[in-house]
Design a protein around this ligand. Structure first.
Ligand code: PRX
Length: 645
C-alpha cells in the first residue's frame, strides 16, 4: 500500500494546507475514502464548539481493526506488524506478522466474548509493555468494547478512581511487569484497587513475571487457561463488530488543573483517520520501514503511534518492554542496530538522560538504518536537539518536534520529516486541517499575519484551535459539562489547549509550555492540584502548594511547599513518608523532587495562594517576585526565600 495522501514537497504541504482550510470537509473526505468502511458517512462533519458537539463521518460504519489488520492480510500478511523487544536483552525478541496478529486478536476476542464482554462495555487494561497488551487493546476494539489503558506506574488508588469513573466491569492485567530492574506486582496492585469495588465481573490475568498472585474464584481467570478453552473449542476467526464512526473507541485518563483526572473520549472513525494521516505524513513513512516509538501504550503516544497509526498504515512497529537506561544507557542504540530501525520517536527527557551518560554508549553502535528522528511530549532544549541530531542522526536525519496532546489524538503542530524545515525548539507548522490562533488574557484574538517576506517579528499568547479536526476529543467520560468548561468555555468558539505559544511571521510556532496548573514531568502530565491533594492526605500536613521548576533531565520537577505540624521531627524522614503517601495515592511519577517545609503560604486577602510567587522562588528568580503588597502576610515570602532548597 502506498499513501495517496502523503505530502512529499513543501509546495504540496502548502497546497494541502490551503485546501484543508478552504474546504475542510472535502479535504478529510478524500482522505477518509482510502479506508475500509462498512458503510460511508451521510455527512462529513457536524459541529459546534458551544455544547460542544463534534461529529465526523456521521452515519459511517466501520471497525478500526479491519483497517489495522484485516485489510493488510492479502498483501502483507507475512510482513511484521509488531516486533517485541523484551526487557532482558538476552531474551528472545518476537515478531508478529499481520497474519499472526490477526489470529491472536481474533482468539482473544473469543476469550473476551466467552467472558461476557460486549460492545460498549468498558475494559480497564493494566499491563506492562508486552505483546498481549497490544492484543488486548485491539481485541477490545474488534469486539466494540471501550478500552481504558492505565499506565503501569499508577497506584491502586488511581486505578480505583478510573475504574469507578468508567464503571469498568472487566479488567485485563498480568501477574507482574518487568521494567528495567523492577518487577511491578500488577495483580497485587489491582487487588488493592478492587477492595470495596463490587461491580467488577471478571479479571483476566496473564503470566509474565510469575510472581505469586491471589486469584479469586468466580472473578479472576488466567489468560492462558481461557486461550486453551478457545483452542479446544476450535474457535478461530472473530468477525469484527460493526461500529458507528462516533462510537467511543477508548477512554484515556489525563490530568488537568483540577484534582481529578478526566476520561478523554476518542471515537472510532475520526481517530482512525487522524492517527493514520499524521503517522504517514509527519514521519514520511515509507512502506517496509521499521518504526520505533519508545512511549508506553499507557499514554496517548503509545495508543496513536505504536498501535493505531502505524498498524492502520500497514507499518512495522516496535514494542519495547524495558527502559532506555537498562542494563545500560546504550539500550536504545542496540535496539536500533538489532532491528535496523528507520524511524525513532522518543521524548526529550530520554534524550537528556542518555546525554548525561556521555558518548561511550553511542560509539560503535551501527545506527545507519535511521532516516528520521522525532520528539514528543515536552519542549526540547537546543542542547538536547543538537546532541540528538549529531550523535544519533549523524547530521543526516530530519528531527520532527511534534506538539500535541491526549485530547488531540494525534500530532497537530510539527515539521514534516524531510519535507518542511525544522528549527531547534520550534514545533514549526500546523498540519493540514489545524487552524491555530493566539488569544490574549482577555480572550481576544491577537492579530497576526504570515508574511511572504518575513522579518522575524513574533507575538505570544495562549494557544487555541478554531476549527475541529477528526481527532479532537468528543467528550470527557460521564461528564460532558467538564469537557465544555475545560476546553471550550475559556474562550468562546475556540478549543483551548492550555499551552502558551509564540507565532513568528514566517508561520512558525514555538510552544512555550502550559499556562495552567499542569506540570510536565519527564513528558508525563501531572496536575498540581492532584499532587497537593495527595500530599494533604498525609497525616500532619496542614496545607501544601505545588509548582514546577526547571529540571535538567525531567524538563520540569515538582517543588512542594508544605505546612507540617505532625509530631515527627526529622525533616528527611517526613519527606520520605510524604513521598510514600504520594506514591500510594497517585504513583511514583508524582513524587515531589523537592519538599520545603514552611510555616505559611503567600495568600491574597481572599485566601488564594499566590502560586506565581512560589513558582518564581522555585525557579530561583528571587529578585523578580512582582508586587507582594497585596498579600495577607508579606513576611511569609522572606521566610520562604530563606528556606529555598
Ligand atoms: O504542554 C504540552 C506538552 O505536553 C502536553 C500534552 O501532554 P499529554 O496529553 O500527556 O500528551 C503528551 C504526548 C502528546 C501539551 O499540552 N507537549 C507535548 N508535545 C510537546 C509539548 N510541549 C512542547 N513541545 C512538544 N513537542
Amino acid at each position: 500500500m502506498s499513501y495517496p495522501y502523503q505530502i512529499n514537497t513543501i509546495q504540496e504541504y502548502r497546497k494541502e494546507y490551503e485546501k484543508s482550510v478552504s474546504d475542510p470537509e472535502g479535504f478529510w473526505e478524500e482522505i477518509a475514502n482510502h479506508f475500509t468502511w462498512r458503510k460511508k458517512w451521510n455527512s462529513v462533519l457536524n459541529w459546534n464548539f458551544t455544547e460542544p458537539k463534534i461529529e465526523w463521518f456521521t452515519g459511517a460504519k466501520l471497525n478500526i481493526t479491519e483497517n489495522c489488520i484485516d485489510r493488510h492480510l492479502a498483501t502483507k500478511g507475512d510482513q511484521p506488524a509488531l516486533i517485541w523487544e523484551p526487557n532482558d536483552p538476552e531474551a528472545h525478541h518476537r515478531v508478529f506478522t499481520y497474519n499472526t496478529l490477526y489470529d491472536k486478536v481474533c482468539q482473544f476476542c473469543h476469550v473476551l466474548s466467552t467472558n461476557g464482554v460486549k460492545k460498549g462495555d468498558r475494559v480497564l487494561i493494566y499491563l506492562g509493555m508486552i505483546p498481549r497488551l497490544a492484543i488486548a487493546v485491539l481485541a477490545c476494539a474488534r469486539i466494540g468494547a471501550i478500552h481504558s489503558v492505565v499506565f503501569g506506574g499508577f497506584s491502586a488508588q488511581s486505578i480505583a478512581d478510573r475504574l469507578r469513573d468508567a464503571k469498568a466491569e472487566f479488567i485485563i492485567t498480568g501477574d507482574g511487569a518487568f521494567r528495567g530492574q523492577k518487577d511491578i506486582p500488577l495483580k497485587s496492585i489491582i487487588d488493592d484497587a478492587l477492595i470495596g469495588v463490587d461491580f467488577v465481573k471478571r479479571v483476566i490475568v496473564c503470566t509474565r513475571t510469575r510472581i505469586g498472585v491471589s486469584m479469586m474464584k468466580g472473578r479472576d481467570v488466567w489468560w492462558e487457561d481461557e486461550i486453551e478453552k478457545v483452542e479446544t473449542l476450535g474457535l478461530k476467526d472473530f468477525p469484527a463488530v460493526e461500529m458507528d464512526a462516533e462510537d467511543p473507541l477508548f477512554i484515556l485518563y489525563t490530568s488537568g488543573s483540577t484534582g481529578k483526572p478526566k476520561g478523554v473520549v476518542h471515537t472510532c472513525g475520526g481517530y482512525m483517520v487522524y492517527t493514520n494521516y499524521t503517522f504517514v505524513n509527519v514521519f514520511n513513512y515509507q512502506p517496509g520501514e521499521v518504526f520505533f516509538c519508545t512511549a508506553d501504550i499507557g499514554w496517548i503516544t503509545g495508543h496513536s503511534y505504536i498501535l493505531y497509526g502505524p498498524l492502520s498504515a500497514g507499518a512495522t512497529s516496535v514494542i519495547f518492554e524495558g527502559i532506555p537506561t537498562w542494563p545500560n544507557a546504550g539500550r536504545l542504540w542496540d535496539i536500533i542496530d538489532k532491528f535496523k530501525i528507520n524511524i525513532l520517536y522518543t521524548a526529550p527527557t530520554a534524550i537528556r538522560s542518555l546525554m548525561s551518560y556521555g558518548l561511550d554508549t553511542v560509539k560503535e553502535k551501527d545506527m545507519s538504518s535511521l532516516r528520521v528522528l522525532g520528539t514528543v511530549g515536552e519542549p526540547i532544549n537546543e542542547e538536547a536537539w543538537h546532541w540528538y541530531d549529531e550523535n544519533i542522526g549523524k547530521g543526516n536525519c530530519p528531527i520532527v518536534d511534534t506538539w500535541w496532546q491526549t485530547e488531540t489524538a494525534g500530532i497537530l503542530i510539527t515539521n514534516l520529516a524531510g519535507v518542511t524545515p525544522s528549527r531547534p525548539g520550534w514545533a514549526t507548522l500546523p498540519l493540514p486541517g489545524i487552524q491555530p490562533v493566539l488569544v490574549d488574557e482577555k480572550g481576544d484574538a491577537i492579530p497576526f499575519e504570515i508574511k511572504d517576506n518575513p522579518t522575524g517579528q513574533q507575538v505570544s499568547g495562549n494557544l487555541c484551535i478554531k476549527f475541529p479536526w477528526p481527532g479532537l476529543l468528543r467528550t470527557t467520560w460521564g461528564d460532558h459539562q467538564r469537557c465544555r468548561t475545560t476546553y471550550f468555555a475559556t474562550y468562546p468558539n475556540l478549543y483551548f489547549t492550555g499551552d502558551g505559544a509564540i507565532f513568528e511571521d514566517n508561520g512558525f510556532i514555538r510552544i512555550t509550555g502550559r499556562v495552567d496548573d499542569v506540570l510536565n514531568v519527564s513528558g508525563h502530565r501531572i496536575g498540581t492540584a492532584e499532587v497537593e491533594n495527595a500530599i494533604n492526605m498525609h497525616a500532619g500536613v496542614v496545607e501544601s502548594a505545588v509548582v514546577g521548576f526547571p529540571h535538567d533531565i525531567k524538563g520540569q520537577g515538582i517543588y512542594a511547599y508544605i505546612i507540617y505540624t505532625g509530631h515527627q521531627k526529622n525533616d528527611d524522614e517526613i519527606r520520605r513518608d510524604i513521598n510514600m503517601t504520594v506514591s500510594r495515592v497517585i504513583g511514583a511519577i508524582a513524587k515531589p523532587d523537592k519538599i520545603q517545609f514552611v510555616t505559611g503560604l503567600p495568600k491574597t486577602r481572599s485566601g488564594k495562594i499566590m502560586r506565581r510567587i512560589l513558582r518564581k522562588i522555585a525557579e530561583n528568580e528571587m529578585d523578580n517576585l512582582g508586587d507582594t503588597t497585596t498579600l495577607l502576610d508579606p513576611g511569609v515570602v522572606d521566610e520562604i526565600k530563606r528556606g529555598k532548597l
